[in-house]
Design a protein. Sequence first.
Length: 392
Amino acid sequence: MSLAAKLRRIALNQQGLLRAESFGRGKRAVLRAIERLGYVQIDTISVVERAHHHVLWSRVPNYSPRHLEQLVRERKLFEYWYHAAAFLPMADYRFSLPRMRQLNGERHWFKDGDRKLMHEILARIEAEGPLRARNFEDARASNRGWWDWKPAKQALEQLFMQGELVVSAREGFQKVYDLPERVIPDWVDTHTPTLDEFAAHLIDASLRAHGFATLVSMTYLRKGQQLRESVKQQLQDRVEAGLLVRQPLGKSGAVYIDPELLESRAPRSAAQLRILSPFDNLVIQRQRGREVFAYDYQIECYVPQPERQFGYFCLPLLYRDRLVGRIDCKAHRNSATLEVRSVHIEHGVGGDFEELMSAALQSFARFNGCDQVDIADAQQAAINGKVQIPLA
């Protein structure tokens, strides 16, 4: 077995995607999944079920959005920024503090901060309890900024990113803001980590989530040369201590992995097909996808329509232990219909593919609140440009 093939199996096993019920079932399984993954990205796009629910449904067979809501209300999870907006394990709260400290007193997304307005908002929440953006009336609502947000919403988000407010819950998809001292449990360590502690956390989190990692993937979208140098030095220290081995891999240079994990027998893959979210932890880093899975993935909702190859919201297809293609879907909730707009198969598949695809589509439709699947224009999937498999 090649190094890439073994790494695929290892990554999928760590990610809970190699076999059914890797994390179990129900709310506890959802927490175990997030603790293993390190984060689950939140996204607003709802062409199909939102990304955070989709990622968890892919790993927990009986997943329900109420599981996530309950874990947030029980203070097992918190909401902040990983490389994007995300749900994170509450135990990792202290590792969000470096970003909060960095942003305190500096602008986040906005051209200027209104400190007076921010103080007024903090005072109201302290006096009245948790509030949403709609609870704030703003006479300057015509002075709008990014995403057409009114100033009060901008101030709330700045306070949130600085750590002066936290999200205590969501109502619908609207954030409910509160003071950290009323939300963060007493058992949580709130000491800001040192640079080396933060670097060690990034290494451990990456290895736990994927089984292996590159220097680039561990510091993905993390700012600061000093942080990268600390990660690099700690990796070298672990290699010298025999805790990790360094294996050359493509343009990444090398992957770091536990030698016992590398030498052990590769986990077996089940006969399954999964329709993944574009924001799934498995595919979020394109370089890892290219070098380990021979799969170059880019979500195309941000690509101008004339330049799209696969569709507005194309979803990765995981077949056994390979990412083999992508499918563009849209959930029409009023008619309870999942529309399949296109399917593209890029790697060879087995004789059970059609049956597995049919089952996966039916399951995905139910997850999206749909009871029927509409395959546009009698869509057929081309396999390696030679074989045609009807999906209807």
